[in-house]
Design a protein around this ligand. Structure first.
Ligand code: SAM
Length: 402
């Protein structure tokens, strides 16, 4: 078996080593570790390997408390202590900025997750032949699980009792709110269902079950409460997955809004960021593509006594050029693919004084920042540890017109 020294982590949290100048990605291996490896996938320009024996361990290694960590695709860095997980994310951003020659001369601040385990309020699992689990890393092989240690305890109660759903083959999404209430969303080809409702209700605070988009029990929404604000969230509306970080995100949004500003909030979901910003602003316009989320947003404005926000339903890239909006502050929180060309062009035409960019994918964020670089200066860049113990990075950026 070849021996290698792990030089660093790659962007996906894998150990990176070289054999005869060829890159080797080693799963579950940390910087400065010496390991014996077995190549499991040999390509022309790189190989993938797994560890067969640890010869020297990193001082930052911790025993993963999840029994499925080595195979499950859910987390990536449960073997590394939390401080170094944060440093991994910080380095990832620093390297991306450097590689793209984007200038940011301040320290990239990290906003920690106060509870980096049992934090996720939404998980998507598979049921195959009556067995529940996640897919193995880079494959479609099911890893049976009894618990997910990054999901909220209330979600784990459903996982423990999933047999009460009596499903053979399905995609199962479980959502939980601030009050540990549960929405279960089932997508399946099975036409009949036989859910043991009474028993399930004894185990969890069940709010609703949605079966192939039909509500077969209770409601198809619940309420979220963050920083004293209440939000109706339909089963198919987006909501940030980490309560602690969302609360800190709301504070950051509020602190970065200038008094009496006019705001355009793109990719607005159920209206959260616009509603948080509204108390300091003259007017807020929000655009979102999911109808239920827009309807939630309209109600959420009323629930939170906000009357200076307008919601628009549609695709950002199409709608922005149809409605004639004047604004000085832009909030953008797009999906992973970031901004499309038309939206970037629109922003460069409108030139708002300030852009607050919340991003869940640093690669597309940096691509977009590069486009704005000649006109905007990065005033603040923070990492928010929304997705603890995974390689995913949430960023919060404030850009100011030069
Ligand atoms: C990362 S979420 C942010 C939501 C919201 N800002 C929040 O903090 O809860 C992205 C949102 O963009 C919406 N979305 C995705 N593509 C879109 C598009 N082309 N036009 C408008 N909204 C879109 C999604 O439905 C989702 O609600």
């Amino acid at each position: 078996m070849p021996k290698v020294l792990i030089e660093k982590l790659d962007d996906f949290g894998r150990g990176l080593a070289h054999i005869n100048n060829k890159i080797i990605f080693v799963t579950n291996a940390l910087p400065k570790e010496e390991v014996e490896i077995k190549i499991i996938n040999d390509k022309k320009s790189f190989s993938e390997a797994k560890v067969t024996k640890y010869l020297k361990l990193s001082k930052n290694r911790v025993e993963s408390i999840c029994p499925y960590f080595e195979t499950c695709g859910g987390c990536n860095l449960l073997n590394l202590n939390y401080e170094n997980n944060l440093m991994f994310k910080q380095n990832k951003i620093k390297n991306l900025l450097k590689k793209n020659k984007i200038n940011y001369d301040k320290e990239i601040e990290i906003i920690k997750n106060d509870n980096p385990l049992y934090y996720r309020n939404k998980v998507s699992l598979k049921i195959e032949n009556g067995k529940l689990g996640y897919y193995e890393k880079n494959s479609h092989r099911l890893i049976k699980i009894k618990e997910c240690i990054i999901a909220k305890h209330s979600i784990n109660e459903v996982i423990k009792n999933y047999k009460l759903l009596n499903l053979e083959n399905a995609k199962l999404t479980i959502r939980s709110n601030y009050n540990d209430e549960i929405l279960i969303i089932i997508k399946t080809n099975e036409k009949e269902y036989n859910i043991e409702l009474a028993k399930l209700k004894e185990k969890v605070r069940l709010v609703g079950i949605i079966y192939n988009n039909v509500t077969i029990y209770g409601e198809n929404f619940f309420y979220e409460r963050i920083n004293g604000k209440l939000f109706k969230v339909s089963y198919n509306s987006f909501f940030q997955i980490n309560e602690c970080i969302t609360s800190k995100l709301f504070d950051l949004i509020k602190n970065n809004i200038d008094k009496d500003s006019t705001i355009l909030d793109l990719y607005s979901g159920v209206g959260t960021l616009g509603i948080v910003a509204s108390s300091k602003s003259k007017e807020v316009y929000s655009i979102e593509i999911i109808k239920n989320a827009v309807l939630n947003g309209i109600l959420n404005a009323k629930l939170n006594k906000v009357n200076n926000i307008k919601f628009m339903l549609g695709d950002v890239s199409k709608l922005i050029n149809k409605v004639n909006l004047e604004f000085d502050t832009l909030i953008i929180d797009p999906p992973r693919k970031g901004l499309d060309k038309k939206t970037r062009e629109y922003i460069l035409k409108k030139l708002p004084t300030k852009i607050i960019y919340v991003s869940c994918d640093p690669n597309t964020l940096i691509r977009d920042l590069k486009e704005f670089e000649s006109i905007y200066k990065i005033d603040d860049f923070k990492i928010m540890d929304m997705f603890s113990y995974t390689y995913h990075v949430e960023s919060f950026c404030v850009l100011k017109r030069k």
